[in-house]
Design a binder for this molecule. Structure first.
Ligand code: ZN
Length: 169
């Protein structure tokens, strides 16, 4: 596994729509392994392939709704959000926009249909931060950033008014 360079907002790659993954080969497996390692090293909870310069529909999300220390990485290839309900509003950040957070409204529960690294289809539900990460990462695959969904970037004072500091994705 290897760390990959995370592109920053302003890079044109982050505005492009990604193509579906069609080959579930070693190259994809290496990409997913590298993305997971890069996300963890950057202390993020999600990362999309275009953030490391690959215009393909693949993301990793850290499932944090687990006992402490038992977080695990979810791999979603060609993900589609097929159901969503509830609502949450909170600070959201992005590994491509380091140190900046904005208030973004997202569904509280999301169901995704995706393929695993071998091409098998599955469905998965996410709640809270995981639902937020599913939405955030799927937006990246269509060239969209969280900054398009918030009024403004929070000041330090505004951010500290929230219990959590926000999560980078
Ligand atoms: Zn992001």
């Amino acid at each position: 596994m290897a760390l990959r360079n995370i592109l920053k907002q302003g890079d044109e790659t982050l505005t492009k729509r990604c193509r579906p993954v069609t080959e579930f080969n070693d190259r994809l497996h290496t990409l997913l392994d590298d993305m997971a390692e890069t996300m963890r090293q950057a202390d993020g909870v999600g990362l999309a392939a275009p953030q490391v310069g690959i215009l393909r529909r693949a993301v990793v999300v850290l499932e944090t709704n687990t006992p402490e220390g038992e977080e695990y990485v979810i791999e979603l290839v060609n993900p589609q959000i097929i159901d969503a309900d509830g609502e949450q509003e909170g600070p959201e950040g992005c590994l491509s926009v380091p140190g900046s957070y904005g208030l973004v409204r997202r569904p509280m529960h999301v169901k995704v249909r995706a393929q695993d690294r071998n091409g098998n289809f599955f469905e998965l539900e996410g709640e809270g931060l995981t639902a937020r990460a599913f939405c955030h990462e799927c937006d990246h695959l269509d060239g969209h950033m969280f900054t398009e969904l918030c009024d403004h970037i929070l000041t330090d004072e505004e951010l500290s008014a929230y219990h959590s500091r926000g999560e980078d994705q």
